[in-house]
Design a protein around this ligand. Structure first.
Ligand code: HEC
Length: 200
């Protein structure tokens, strides 16, 4: 009787051992099968549509359009929403023309002048200096070798706000354009701050 119990015990533990190794082998198989030499795919996935878009991707080929591309250029003669085309070029003639033509519609309030001061501090001060006298830290520390304009001289005092607006928008001489980073209202506010506070 005792022997029988022993036998069934060993039998049971053998089955347990076998089960363990089968589970281990199974686990190893799943583990190994999830390895893939192709690093461009995620292997098996459970929601393929979420990973691989069924729509055409921006840079893929496209049989629908004549030129075979998914991304199409904007229709000719159209402008993106929120963008105003600027009609003046970076030339001396256009600078003079812009100064005469452009009209500042930004209200002359202390808040707007204050905003102009902040924007001047962000975009102009490093070259033109806190007082706009052309002694900005980049120039004084010789990081920028060309003298930035002194915005307090007689010529600049005689020029209207629109002249500064134009220079900010397209740049002048070796100064690059700042139109792509400063929105139109802020350009006027900077011009107002220079004229009304710094040139005072
Ligand atoms: C990277 C340096 C730099 C920054 C930033 C910069 N400027 Fe200039 N700016 C110059 C230089 C250099 C000149 C002179 C260009 C020339 O003579 O060719 C100049 C010229 C000007 C002029 C014309 C001066 C004249 O005598 O006709 C105005 C106006 C002006 N900057 C305004 C601004 C304003 C406003 C900002 C900020 C939005 C600004 N600049 C940002 C370097 C800079």
């Amino acid at each position: 009787m005792k022997l029988k119990i022993q036998n069934s015990d060993t039998c049971f533990s053998n089955a347990k051992k076998a089960l363990k190794s089968i589970t281990l082998i199974g686990f190893m198989l799943v583990l190994l099968s999830s390895c893939d030499y192709n690093r461009r795919t995620t292997g098996w996935d459970y929601a393929g549509d979420l990973i691989e878009s069924r729509a055409y991707e921006t840079y893929t080929e496209n049989p629908v359009f004549k030129n075979g591309r998914t991304m199409q250029p904007p229709v000719e003669g159209t402008i993106p929403r929120g963008f105003m085309p600027y009609q003046f070029q970076k030339t001396d003639e256009d600078r003079a023309l812009a100064a005469k033509t452009l009209v500042n519609n930004v209200e002359n309030t202390p808040e707007n002048i204050e905003r102009g001061k902040v924007a001047f501090g962000i975009y102009c001060m490093q070259c033109h200096g806190e007082k706009a006298d052309g002694q900005g830290s980049l120039y004084v520390n010789k990081k920028f070798n060309y003298p930035p304009g002194n915005l307090l001289n007689d010529k600049m005092r005689a020029n209207p706000e629109a002249d500064i607006y134009h220079v900010i928008t397209v740049g002048w001489g070796i100064m690059g354009e700042h139109g792509s980073m400063i929105e139109p209202a802020d350009r006027w506010k900077i011009a107002m701050y220079i004229k009304q506070e710094l040139q005072k």
